[in-house]
Design a protein around this ligand. Structure first.
Ligand code: AMP
Length: 644
């Protein structure tokens, strides 16, 4: 199963703009001197003796049983730390509880409504164990799947850790997704238990989550239990109704309280979690990360790339529904014993100042955010952050989508300018759960470019046949070797896993278009396949198209991404309606509501156009390229294959 890959007209234009050159931002001497790794030395070791390199990184973790072989690669399958046994939570919690960090703040949490809670490592240990014991009592065993449909709350983090404690595999579904997306994931994972919150917040509004769960599990008899975390338990709030026998209240079900739970030591290859992402077909793709390799990777890069230190407050504005939330809200920073700050809600609600007010109040040192958030802050009047004391904020990492030079320079000046700190870009994906390319604090930053391969990474830019492309020319980004923090398979669908290694022979194909400059800096310009990136979230055109086709009025649909000044890309849908359907504004609203309910707000098209027909090849395939070029007023290129 290989994919269609191409470099789009817009990407080509971006390459040309990049090559015109942007001046570099020099490394900050004081930050470079504090950098905890020597890039050249690490990179050389990782090339000359990769096993020794990764074994050294693995020794930073606690293992119940040592590994006998560091890595085995029988293409396309790779395994790491073979024979080794460990538990992720022992590495994230227990070892700190048994040290001076015991009563250190592990988590400082702020709700969208302003509620604040703090958890020491010791408290997190107890709450995790209580919930792990509860899951066990409900019959959850090692290897069983548990779905989470929760906003970013301490309970969500506790649920993830509780699963890992007993070797259950968690799969977090972003709480902004709609009913059909949730149901498809519960079904594919064949989850025994679903844990949800009664509601989340979206810009001050309470959004009920329970109705979507009820609807999703209605005819899934293999779901034995639904546990509902009541946020509305405060005085005056209406109590949640528990409708069926399989529904439980989060607090009641945790009786009797047992605060110790033996960790289950799992094989390094045991899946820690499944995280669903969009591919080029309408079916969600369950990316599987294995405990050993994943933990080694995210632990190493928390230190090496994010440069988080013992005394730091670290804040990522992501959500646990995304891979960044897994690796750099939960497992990475906790594994190094850092203090994680987490806040529920949008970074501009109730106002863009909320972010800077929190940075000032907590004295945040290292922050991780998205280019969309940076562009949004910038659009709200550039100088707002200057009103706050951001002098402790020394590092601002950005990932998820291309960071345009203008946003990079603005963030460098207004967000880390007070500390003379640095903005660093980094590239990775749901499939590779930590930085792969990035700018270390010892490098100069080149706005528009991500940076260089992290130690252990063999990245290249190639053509469709896998031949290396000369520097400064666009091609496909590939990795020539697996990484420990790379997906080990696709849940229930090995063929889709194998496809990552089939598009370009002998390489992992990331699906992105990139260039490399003469000094080894890469720029990643966007997807080469039918996947959109809206505000850093990956959305398959096929997901939205098949959702539209489920609407009773729709006969045909095609979806394209158009450039958006804030979100990077926005979704435009073209729809052909069935005969006899009235195509008025009411229909457009109904189509948008339908997508929002099924897939969630992030996948809802910002523009829907009703057409009499769609451009197709003679074999009947819709030519999205032609629609996109038309929408952008560009030359669509060769259309000789069109039927009409
Ligand atoms: P996701 O799996 O949803 O995190 O999306 C991963 C995709 O986001 C990548 O394949 C890229 O297309 C894009 N991406 C992530 N980080 C960057 C970055 N720093 N620069 C450019 N694109 C990025």
């Amino acid at each position: 199963m290989t994919h269609r890959m191409e470099i789009s007209v817009t990407q080509q234009a971006n390459i040309e703009a990049l090559l015109k050159g942007e001046s570099a931002i020099p490394a900050r001497g004081w930050l470079a001197r504090e950098c905890s790794i020597n890039y050249e030395a690490e990179r050389t070791l990782s090339q000359e003796d990769p096993d020794a390199f990764w074994a050294e990184k693995a020794r930073a973790l606690d293992w119940a049983q040592p590994w006998s072989t560091v890595m085995e690669f029988k293409a396309p399958y790779h395994s790491w730390f073979i024979g080794g046994k460990l538990n992720a939570t022992v590495n994230c919690i227990d070892r700190h509880v048994h040290s001076d960090r015991r009563n250190k703040a592990a988590l400082l949490w702020v709700g969208e409504d302003g509620e604040e809670r703090s958890y020491t490592y010791n408290r997190l240990y107890r709450e995790m164990n209580r919930f792990a014991n509860t899951l066990k009592r409900l019959g959850v065993e090692t290897g069983d799947r548990v779905i989470l449909y929760m906003p970013l709350t301490p309970e969500a983090i506790i649920t993830m850790l509780a699963c890992a404690r007993i070797g259950a595999i968690h799969s977090v579904v972003y709480a902004g997704m709609g009913t059909q997306s949730l149901k498809a994931r519960i079904e594919d994972a064949h989850a025994k238990v679903v844990v949800c919150s009664d509601y989340g917040y979206r810009r001050g509004k309470e959004i009920s989550l329970k109705p979507a769960v009820e609807e999703a599990v209605r005819d899934l008899s293999f779901v034995n239990h639904v546990i509902i975390h009541r946020r509305g338990s405060r005085v005056g709030d209406a109590p949640v109704k528990f409708d069926s026998e399989r529904e439980h209240d989060w607090y009641d079900v945790q009786q009797p309280r047992e605060i110790h739970c033996e960790p289950v030591m799992v094989d390094a290859s045991h899946p820690l979690f499944i995280l669903y992402t969009s591919g080029t077909t309408g079916k969600p793709k369950g990316v599987v990360h294995a405990t050993g390799g994943y933990m080694v990777g995210v632990n190493y890069l928390a230190r090496a790339f994010f440069q988080i230190q013992e005394r730091d407050i670290y804040w990522s504005t992501s959500d646990i529904g995304w891979v960044v939330g897994h690796s750099y809200i939960v497992y990475g920073p906790l594994s190094i014993g850092a203090t994680v700050m987490a806040r529920e809600g949008a970074p501009d609600y109730p106002s863009p100042d909320v972010t800077w007010e929190l940075c000032e109040r907590f004295g945040v040192n290292v922050m991780f955010t998205s280019p969309t958030a940076v562009r949004m802050w910038m659009s709200h009047g550039g100088e707002a952050p200057s009103k706050f004391d951001l002098s402790k904020l020394r590092l601002m990492a950005c990932a998820g989508e291309p960071l345009n030079p203008e946003a990079h320079r603005w963030a460098q000046k207004f967000l880390v300018g007070q500390s003379n700190g640095m903005v660093v870009d980094n590239w990775w994906q749901t499939e590779i759960a930590g930085p792969v390319l990035g700018t270390l604090t010892t490098f100069e930053a080149r706005p528009g470019k991500v940076g260089k391969p992290m130690p252990g990474v063999e990245a290249a830019v190639v053509d469709l046949a896998g031949n290396a492309i000369p520097d400064n020319q666009g091609g496909l980004l590939v990795l020539r070797k697996p990484l420990p923090y790379m997906l080990t398979t696709v849940w229930n669908d090995p063929a889709r896993y194998e496809a990552y290694w089939e598009d370009i022979p002998g390489c992992y194909c990331a699906g992105d278009v990139a260039i490399r400059d003469d000094d080894g800096y890469f720029a990643v310009l966007g997807r080469a396949d039918d996947v959109l990136n809206v505000a850093g979230h990956r959305i398959g055109t096929a997901d939205v198209e098949s959702c539209l086709l489920r609407h009773p009025a729709v006969a045909e649909s095609a979806v394209v991404g158009l450039p958006d000044p804030i979100k990077g890309e926005s979704i435009k849908a073209f729809v052909v309606v069935k005969a006899g359907v009235e195509a008025g504004p009411g229909l457009i609203a109904s189509l948008r509501d339908h997508v929002r309910e099924d897939l969630g707000g992030i996948a809802t098209p910002s523009d829907i156009e009703i057409r009499a027909s769609l451009p197709k090849t003679r074999s009947g395939k819709i030519v999205r390229r032609a629609l996109k070029a038309e929408a952008l007023g560009q030359d669509p290129g060769d259309l000789s294959t069109l039927a009409d």
